[in-house]
Ligand binder design. Sequence first.
Ligand code: BTN
Length: 285
Amino acid sequence: MKPSSPPLTLDGIRSLLDTQALGARIELHQQVDSTNRAAFALAQAGAEHGTVVVAEGQTQGRGRLGRAWHSPPGLNLYCSIIVKTSLPATRFSQWLSWLPLAAALGASEAVEGTALLQTDLKWPNDLLVRERKIGGILCESGSTASSTPFQVVGIGLNVNGTGDDFPPDLRAASTTIRQETGRLLDRNHLLSRLLLEIEHCLTELTAEGSRRIAMAYTRRCITLGRHVRVLLAGGEEFTGIAEAIEPDGSLQVSKYPRPADGRRSDVRSLRTADIVHVRPGEITA
Ligand code: BTN
């Protein structure tokens, strides 16, 4: 028989929860199409800041850039948090651009705190261990009928599965907490810590702006200094070196190889892109 860890339960999550707002209301589903879709619908109907939707399994888990998120039941964490802010318009856009990065930082800290496993961040918000994906974040924006804006922060973490639990096309590029530590993790514990760490990051971002979040994020971000292949939504593709995270959370990439005639490299500032870490030898002009 396969070893198993406890199921997610409201009592199990709440007995460990130490947050102010995140998780004040939690909807736990055995199965849902997508926790992001469910949280979005709740937010449109006026659900409060901090409402959380969590599921044992998803039938249509959504990933970034229109991809699917593999969501088998009983093994992983699939959760979505409704986030609202009363920041003035002058600060809202910076807050919004840092939200996905701050959530990734919080998720990374939660995995470290519960599983004693260090995760790296790939810009903007993938969690990696040994370059394999262990988690991802999907942020979606919406507004209520009365025009109150809200954000849904969806987090997927690969927790107690093994390589066999991934479809063959995902196996080589993915991993789980169990594969990395050799141990099963209680997902109730992980979720309550995740909400706490994300709440800390959001409080810091809202109260202090992005400076400290940016420093902590940058320390964990292994994209910086790397050769990357960039794929943009319109189909444009190029290679370059990831140089910096800009004040608005964009990734600065200088194109590579450099122009042969001595001109400076073209520098691009990316807000949304698919980034692939590559070895310099893999770069073709
Ligand atoms: C990514 O592509 O890396 C983002 C993946 C985000 C997946 C999570 S699982 C919980 C929430 N519900 C969804 O449908 N997607 C997010």
